[in-house]
Design a protein around this ligand. Structure first.
Ligand SMILES: NC(=O)c1ccc[n+]([C@@H]2O[C@H](COP(=O)([O-])OP(=O)(O)OC[C@H]3O[C@@H](n4cnc5c(N)ncnc54)[C@H](O)[C@@H]3O)[C@@H](O)[C@H]2O)c1
Length: 295
């Protein structure tokens, strides 16, 4: 097979299951060498073997995305095995626990931010120099969510983390363009995975002391709603097929649920209306014709 992906190497975080595994298989089908990283050693070994059994070139690496040294090890192993790195898919993410502002433990908020935001930064910091090094160009694919395009009640930590991923990608898109590295951000709505059971791989460093733990019953309604929503989602394989299609046509925002357009349209309309309000402001309205400052 000869296409823009074949013979190149992709590192995918959170590749042991769900969306990461589906992307690993879809990119392997395009002829890529796949480096799968995950915090769940047993699931990673099983998924790695399953892809190898289908004839794909796969390397599995222990990876907690909140540990930068492990990211560096993954890049070294990938380079030793396949020669070069061309793509990083920053997919690993956790859902946290839906709940009221006052019911969200600090440790839970920190866990969501560290995995979903710092994990993406670390992935880019470790992989981008390796992609730049060979001068052939490549890809940075960050997995955000529709939650990064809209706030949702009781999900402040998750939405904030995904909005950060959207924003990081927009910044990196312009920064990486001169290096022929295409940055894109995947914003799916619900996909049938185990995201609602993210606590299964929560690291000990984010454990909540018993006396501070929020009453489970309080959180149950949110957890049930999240599980029903995820169960109603599209299959991860459909999402992965859509991602390959969008990477080929160099889309920056990658949507998998066109029915959510009305949500972003409503948000953009409200943001734009706020500018009209500022134009009519007696305090700042006169700034309307000033030059825009960027750097
Ligand atoms: N499923 C959905 O409805 C949905 C929607 C929008 C966005 N997403 C995003 O898709 C991405 C993948 O999630 P998923 O739905 O496949 O969930 P999932 O729980 O099925 O898979 C997540 C994978 O990430 C791994 N992981 C968790 N913490 C990790 C860490 N610290 N380091 C390395 N690996 C870690 C898990 O072991 C698991 O294999 C996440 O970023 C998620 O926020 C999911």
């Amino acid at each position: 097979m000869s296409n823009e992906f074949s013979g190149k190497t992709a590192i995918i975080s959170g590749a042991a299951g769900g969306i990461g595994l589906a992307l690993a298989e879809a990119l392997a089908q395009q002829g890529m060498n796949i480096v799968m990283g995950d915090i769940d050693a047993a699931a990673l070994a099983e998924s790695g073997d399953a892809l190898r059994a289908k004839g794909y070139k796969v390397l599995t690496c222990a990876l907690d995305v909140t540990n930068y040294a492990q990211w560096e090890d993954v890049v070294s192993s990938a380079t030793a095995e396949f020669g070069k790195v061309h793509m990083v898919v920053n997919n690993a993410g956790v859902g946290g626990t839906p709940g009221k502002i006052e019911d969200t433990e600090h440790e839970t908020w920190q866990w969501v931010m560290d995995v979903n935001v710092m994990g993406v930064l670390y992935g880019a910091q470790a992989c981008v120099p390796a992609i730049k090094a060979h001068g052939e160009g490549g890809w940075v694919l960050n997995v955000a969510s529709m939650a990064g395009m809209m706030g949702m009640p009781y999900a402040g930590a998750y939405c904030a983390s995904k909005a950060a991923v959207v924003s990081m990608t927009e910044s990196w898109f312009a920064e990486l363009q001169p290096h022929n590295i295409h940055a894109s951000v995947l914003c799916p709505a619900f996909v049938k995975t185990r995201i609602h059971e993210s606590y299964r791989n929560r690291q000990q460093k984010y454990a909540v002391a018993a006396e501070k733990r929020i009453d489970k019953e309080k959180l149950q309604a949110g957890a049930k709603a999240a599980s029903m929503a995820v169960e109603s989602g599209i299959p991860a394989s459909m999402l992965a097929e859509r991602v390959v299609e969008a990477l080929v046509s160099k889309q920056m925002y990658i949507y998998t649920h066109p029915n959510y357009r009305k949500v972003t349209a409503g948000r953009f309309k409200a943001i734009d209306k706020a500018f009209v309000d500022s134009e009519q402001s007696p305090t700042v309205g006169h700034l309307i014709n000033d030059d825009i400052v960027t750097f």
